[in-house]
Design a protein. Structure first.
Length: 941
């Protein structure tokens, strides 16, 4: 068995000691460039097996392109800033919320986040190296660097100059725990969870007719004190029904919500209800003094659920806010940034929204404002970092308008080659439907937004340190600024050019996707060295996990590049889906089903992991577990074991059709693997490779030429070497350790010269050696063999025993050489060919004494050969062989004495019934019911 753990460590040591990766870069220096931009990994925790999946692809494409002889940058990136890192560090420090952080000190907290990034980027580097990932690890980029932040300042200034960067007030999804907005970009895909809430069917009386009610549906009772209006759809039919002496208004389609007997007494279009005033339970609150509390019209009011009459609170919902803006409703936003009710709401003031939620239900119940309550299951937005339920509140945030850029993003996307192809459509959908980009976060560890805002209304956006110095009140402070982060940057005050007042920076940091989006510029020194940037921009490829990135990295890359250059930053995008556990469930630390990279490396090793990843169809979820490792492990063993057959035969004439066939298959394989990798189909490439070594080589060719291997046939030895060396070169980018190990073994035997397999060039396909009609011939041979071998199973005569005849019927004919292969493989003396519609094989089951003798003789010669091997003898060593058997067996074997002598390389072979017992090299054997002893006398030694 191939000991992956020992060998992978040994190979890592070899690469390091001999500087193989450095030699590879040196070799390709100045050659045609292949450009890759790395999507940064969040340096937040140790790697999981899902990280290793993505990193395997990146390494695979790099190694492939390196063997083809391209110069590359090999730059890995670490994502360092933002709520992801903050959240993990808060947990580590035991800080519960922003108040705790401020008590701990922003400086201390920022330093702690930085330390975390330093620690985990080191760990991830070590882990990646163990995966076999070749990168210039000393040259990794960090998104927290001054350069990255300053490139983003430059970009934000461009947005501002274009008139796209603006401060907007909106009801936004807000995490009360994290104390920051969660943009729609954030929650679009993974921010929703299915939860149960208490939903209310409220009854609000009409002001003029107190025994008539509007029935209003809401799932967020805590927002009711902020209600300013109710909405109906002008096109929907509403009815007034009588129910136990009272009258209720609701959509005709929703009358099923009425309890008990009822009767429809009036019918009206929504439009006719417009302007009717109602009694709002909290109208006496001071904050409510400007609210109309009447029916308004709204196209989004739907009769699909609830009552068709909608509670409107523009300070507590994004759509409500839009409506309010359009028709001039006040927006009441009761929550502060920690989710606590502000003053001005009487009994609810200074209470958390979840408490208010309960109290509102109780209060409305007592005051008879509730018709009924139901338990309501729905998908509700949650903070995608900490998992808490989001609320909506009215805040000032910074946005980038998508109005002008949208079209350019869409047309840019069309120019890109995507694999899987559906990614392009999803990206287009995102661009079509996205809103303005909310980029500000009221947090600490992140890109400090370069925005200074004055009371007079003037806004200064700073695009560089030079500009900052120019505008700063205290220029010294800019000169000594240690880094572009909070809290240092907050110290810098500007002088307002309009009113001359001193102004402070807005406290916000940027959305972390800005950090990753700028890397095609920051990592290529866009601001410092345009010439260098031009050489390496745009990338030929980027490769990343898809589900989160349409609105994440892909999105921010497109925005940055389109704005700065009007071009797309990469030509092709390779994406892959999600990694799940063996049962198809999402891996989570908290669930206990997550597999850490270190555990997987310990249990199955890097190559097996890599093979699993490469074989996976990237467009479907990968179910990863240790059971799935058994088969690839076995397959790698087969690949490894073939290496033991490889000898150093220089050159020879190829005559046999099986040799020509395997060479044809090999040259096809080279062509296919090259094309599939160029087309970003690593799964097709790796499957073709595995199929070749398992089926074409191991199960077919080696089986067919077994006897020739046995007799050290020169052509076979030469071809096996040729095939195998090409095969492992093709495999090298996928499974770099085992192929290097094999290479080093062959180097020791002087079969190969190149220092490392990874320094050898990518194989080229020889068109002249591809013979499609021969391949077709062999497909037919294998069809016959399959049928014939199945027939052998049926008659229960082992393949070792020769049979007199096989009668084969088929609808095709085969060449004479092909029939010989069949006769050898089926171990039959004669083949009779008949033409017919279906393939069938009929075997002559009769075993004559001659056939039996031959069978025994072949078996005995195998035993002798095995014993020779055990004694350490090689092919050319001549020996005397004695067989000690009983009289009956002796008489059988005597008939095949010549065959026995030839097949065992014996200078003398004798079959005896007694004597020779005193010899040293002796072994017992059994064949069916016969037994005996083999004695070998080594002559000339
Ligand atoms: Zn949160
Ligand atoms: Zn001013």
């Amino acid at each position: 068995m191939y000991d992956f753990k020992k060998i992978e460590e040994e190979i890592l040591e070899f690469w390091k000691k001999e500087k193989i990766f450095e030699k590879l870069q040196e070799k390709n220096k100045g050659k045609k460039k292949w450009k890759f931009i790395d999507g940064p990994i969040t340096a937040n925790n140790s790697m999981g097996v899902h990280h290793a999946w993505g990193r395997t692809y990146k390494d695979l494409f790099h190694r492939f392109k390196a063997m083809q002889g391209h110069e590359m940058r090999y730059q890995n990136g670490f994502d360092c800033q933002g709520l992801w890192v903050e959240r993990e560090e808060e947990k580590a420090l035991g800080l519960k919320n922003k108040e705790d952080i401020e008590k701990f000190g922003i400086l201390n907290f920022v330093e702690a986040c930085k330390k975390r990034v330093e620690k985990f980027s080191k760990i991830q580097t070590e882990q990646s190296i163990k995966l076999g990932y070749w990168m210039n690890w000393d040259n990794s980029y960090y998104t927290m660097s001054n350069s990255n932040n300053l490139h983003n300042w430059f970009l934000l200034k461009k947005y501002f100059e274009n008139g796209w960067l603006y401060k907007g007030k909106d009801a936004v999804p807000w995490c009360w725990r994290c104390g920051t907005a969660s943009s729609k970009h954030d929650i679009a895909t993974e921010g929703y969870k299915e939860v149960k809430h208490t939903a209310l069917f409220m009854q609000f009386p009409l002001k003029e007719k107190p025994n008539e009610y509007f029935l209003i549906f809401t799932t967020t009772p805590w927002t009711v004190p902020a209600n300013v209006a109710i909405a109906v759809n002008k096109n929907i039919n509403y009815v007034k029904i009588e129910n136990e002496g009272l009258f209720y208004w609701l959509a005709e389609k929703r009358v099923e919500e009425i309890e008990g007997k009822y009767k429809i007494v009036e019918k009206k279009k929504g439009k006719e209800l417009e302007g009717i005033e109602y009694i709002m339970p909290y109208a006496s609150f001071t904050v409510q003094k400007n609210s109309p509390h009447k029916v308004v019209l709204w196209d989004l009011a739907s009769e699909e659920e609830g009552t068709g009459i909608v509670h409107i609170a523009p300070g507590c919902g994004a759509e409500d806010f839009d409506l309010g803006k359009k028709i001039g409703l006040p927006a009441i936003s009761p929550l502060n940034d920690a989710g606590i009710y502000d003053k001005g709401y009487e009994q609810f003031s200074l209470k958390k929204y979840s408490v208010v939620n309960k109290e509102v239900i109780e209060d409305l119940e007592t005051r008879r404002f509730i018709y009924k309550t139901v338990s309501y299951k729905h998908r509700y937005p949650h903070c995608w970092r900490c998992g808490e339920e989001l609320v909506f509140r009215l805040v000032n945030e910074w946005y980038i308008s998508c109005k002008e850029i949208r079209k350019k993003l869409i047309s840019g996307n069309e120019k890109i080659k995507w694999y899987p192809e559906y990614g392009k459509i999803r990206q287009r959908d995102w661009f079509n439907n996205m809103g303005d980009w909310l980029i500000s976060r009221k947090r600490y560890w992140g890109l400090p937004l370069p925005i200074w805002e004055c009371e007079c209304g003037n806004i200064e956006v700073v695009g560089s340190l030079e500009e900052l110095k120019e505008k700063a009140v205290d220029k010294k402070k800019v000169e000594t600024l240690s880094e572009i982060h909070r809290p240092w940057i907050d110290e810098i005050k500007l002088k307002c050019p309009k009113c001359k007042k001193e102004i402070e920076r807005v406290k916000d940091v940027g959305d972390a996707w800005l950090d990753a989006g700028i890397v095609p510029f920051s990592t290529l020194n866009y601001l410092e060295n345009k010439k260098y940037w031009k050489e390496w921009f745009p990338a030929d490829l980027i490769s990343e996990n898809m589900p989160g990135q349409y609105r994440g990295w892909f999105n921010s890359l497109f925005w940055a590049s389109q704005t700065l250059t009007g071009k797309v930053p990469f030509k092709a995008l390779f994406g892959y889906e999600t990694l799940k556990d063996e049962k198809g469930e999402e891996m989570h630390k908290s669930k206990g089903n997550a597999i850490w990279f270190d555990d997987a490396l310990e249990k199955i090793g890097a190559d097996i992991m890599r093979l699993i990843y490469c074989l996976q169809d990237p467009s479907s979820e990968l179910r990863f577990g240790f059971n799935a490792a058994r088969e690839p492990k076995n397959n790698l063993n087969i690949l490894y074991n073939i290496s033991k057959l490889i000898g150093n035969e220089k050159t020879t004439n190829v005559k046999s059709i099986e040799d020509k066939w395997i060479l044809s298959k090999l040259n096809n394989l080279v062509k296919l693997v090259t094309e599939e990798l160029e087309n970003l189909h690593p799964h097709y490439a790796s499957r073709a490779l595995q199929n070749f070594w398992l089926n074409d080589l191991s199960r077919s060719y080696i089986q067919i030429v077994r006897d020739r291997i046995f007799t050290e046939d020169k052509a076979v030895k030469f071809i096996l070497k040729e095939i195998y060396l090409t095969l492992i070169k093709l495999c090298a980018p996928f499974i770099p350790f085992i192929t290097e190990k094999i290479w080093q073994d062959l180097k020791t035997k002087k079969i190969v010269k190149e220092e490392s397999i990874h320094l050898s060039p990518w194989p080229k396909s020889d068109k002249k050696k591809i013979d499609k009609s021969l391949e077709k011939e062999f497909e037919n041979i294998f069809l016959v063999l399959e049928t014939g071998l199945a027939e052998r199973e049926k008659i229960k005569v082992g393949l070792k025993w020769p049979l007199a005849k096989a009668t084969i019927t088929s609808n095709f004919s085969l060449k004479k050489d092909s029939l010989e292969i069949i006769s050898r493989q089926l171990n039959v003396k004669k083949i009779k060919w008949k033409s017919g519609k279906e393939i069938s094989v009929v075997l002559d089951e009769k075993i004559t004494p001659e056939l039996e003798a031959e069978g025994y003789a072949r078996e005995v010669s195998r035993k002798i050969q095995a014993f020779r091997k055990e004694l350490g003898l090689i092919q050319t060593d001549k020996v005397e062989t004695y067989l000690i058997v009983d009289e009956n067996f002796k008489s059988i074997l005597e008939k095949e004495k010549k065959l026995l002598k030839e097949r065992t390389n014996s200078s003398k072979l004798e079959i005896v019934t007694t004597g020779k017992e005193t010899f040293k090299n002796k072994t017992n054997f059994n064949i069916k019911d016969k037994k005996g002893e083999i004695v070998i006398v080594i002559s000339g030694k």
